[in-house]
Design a protein around this ligand. Structure first.
Ligand SMILES: NC(=O)c1ccc[n+]([C@@H]2O[C@H](COP(=O)([O-])OP(=O)(O)OC[C@H]3O[C@@H](n4cnc5c(N)ncnc54)[C@H](OP(=O)(O)O)[C@@H]3O)[C@@H](O)[C@H]2O)c1
Length: 325
């Protein structure tokens, strides 16, 4: 049996994660409504029912309301806390209109952000804290000092990053006493640079690829859990209208549908199974709040195990819209 990098580190978690970015209503200052809480609770229950035990947050999601909504549910159901893994992120500062104005990996920001996260969630500790997007002014010693305090006082158990290159991770890792546990990156059949980078080494075609060289390999060698955000490609291959999308997207959606029919499963399970088939043991962070769509992800792990190399490559090539080099 394959063991996920997070499990190797002592974090017992599910193969899929529920992303809580849409919880709490919109990205505005409107109060969280009962309906927002009910919708979130239905999504959580649907996730739990298919074995999802990990939930992904960020302090900025719906301007803090996603965590507040989750916290309201945890308060009503305190038994949940010890059954789940809660991950959140800090390091982005929002300005007017919820626009990110700057990134901030200062010690002060990290410490204050975690206090805000814990307060909104109403929990005593976070299982995992990620640094959301690389801050050009990052000073690893300062981050290490913040992480050291958070760990020592029991506010955060494990630390990770998001949207970082291998070079940035190595730079940060030098200062950290604990190994970086997670890197969360955008990955899906609609966002393929993470694969194209590896197949276009030394080729002009590779100049159009936007993925840091060697990142996946580094994560695998260092046993860092790769998490995929945007794994459902916002529904492009599982039911959302794609008539205005490029041919490769439309044709991939058709192929996913065919495979789902043949394999008596759902398009969601095919799309996620394709990601999970990769040897990096990618952990998709699904962002749907729709109960039926969450339930439609149930079969993803089985589809990953059953997916042949031929099927995997057929999906990849169809999504690329061009043959392999
Ligand atoms: N680290 C980062 O920088 C970063 C960035 C973005 C997101 N994230 C995390 O990753 C999670 C997932 O990201 P994501 O939301 O971009 O990923 P996703 O799972 O690919 O897409 C989910 C979105 O697509 C919609 N959708 C899915 N299937 C659909 C269908 N058949 N028809 C119409 N709409 C459909 C969902 O709406 P419904 O709710 O209506 O289904 C939802 O808005 C987030 O919740 C967050 O936790 C991290």
């Amino acid at each position: 049996m394959t063991i996920m990098p997070l499990t190797k580190r002592g974090i017992s978690t599910s193969r899929l994660v529920l992303g809580c970015m849409p919880f709490g209503g919109g990205w505005n200052r409107n109060p969280v409504t009962n309906e927002d809480v009910l919708k979130a609770e239905q999504a959580i229950d649907a996730a739990l029912s298919i074995g999802i035990s990990m939930f992904d947050h960020a302090n900025i999601y719906t301007m803090g309301k996603a965590e507040m909504t989750f916290g309201t549910i945890l308060k009503r159901r305190p038994d949940l806390r010890e059954r789940i893994v809660i991950q959140s992120k800090c390091g982005i500062r929002l300005g007017e209109g919820a626009v990110p104005t700057r990134f901030d990996f200062s010690k002060t920001h990290i410490l204050e952000a975690v206090d805000g996260i814990l307060q909104r969630l109403g929990v005593e500790y976070l299982d995992i804290l990620l640094l959301h997007r690389p801050d050009p002014l990052m000073e690893p010693d300062e981050v290490a000092a913040a992480f050291g305090i958070l760990k020592a006082v029991g506010k955060v158990r494990y630390f990770g990053v998001s949207n970082m290159s291998a070079g940035q991770m190595r730079f940060l890792q030098r200062a950290l006493p604990d190994q970086i546990a997670v890197n969360q990156l955008e990955m899906s059949l609609a966002h393929l640079d993470w694969l194209d980078q590896g197949i276009h080494v030394n080729q002009t075609a590779g100049t159009a690829v936007n993925f840091a060289e060697g990142l996946l390999e580094y994560c695998q060698m260092a046993h860092i859990q790769v998490q995929a955000w945007g794994p459902l490609a916002q529904g492009r291959f599982s039911g959302r209208a794609v008539t205005d999308e490029p041919d490769n997207i439309q044709q991939t959606a058709e192929l996913v549908k065919q495979l789902a029919t043949t394999k008596e499963t759902t398009p969601e399970a095919i799309v996620l199974g394709w990601l999970m088939r990769h040897p990096a043991l990618i952990q998709p962070v699904i962002g749907t709040m729709n109960v039926d769509r969450i339930l439609a992800c149930r079969d993803a792990e089985r589809q990953a195990q059953a997916m042949t190399r031929e099927e995997w490559y057929t999906l990849y090539v169809r999504a690329r819209g061009k043959n392999m080099p």
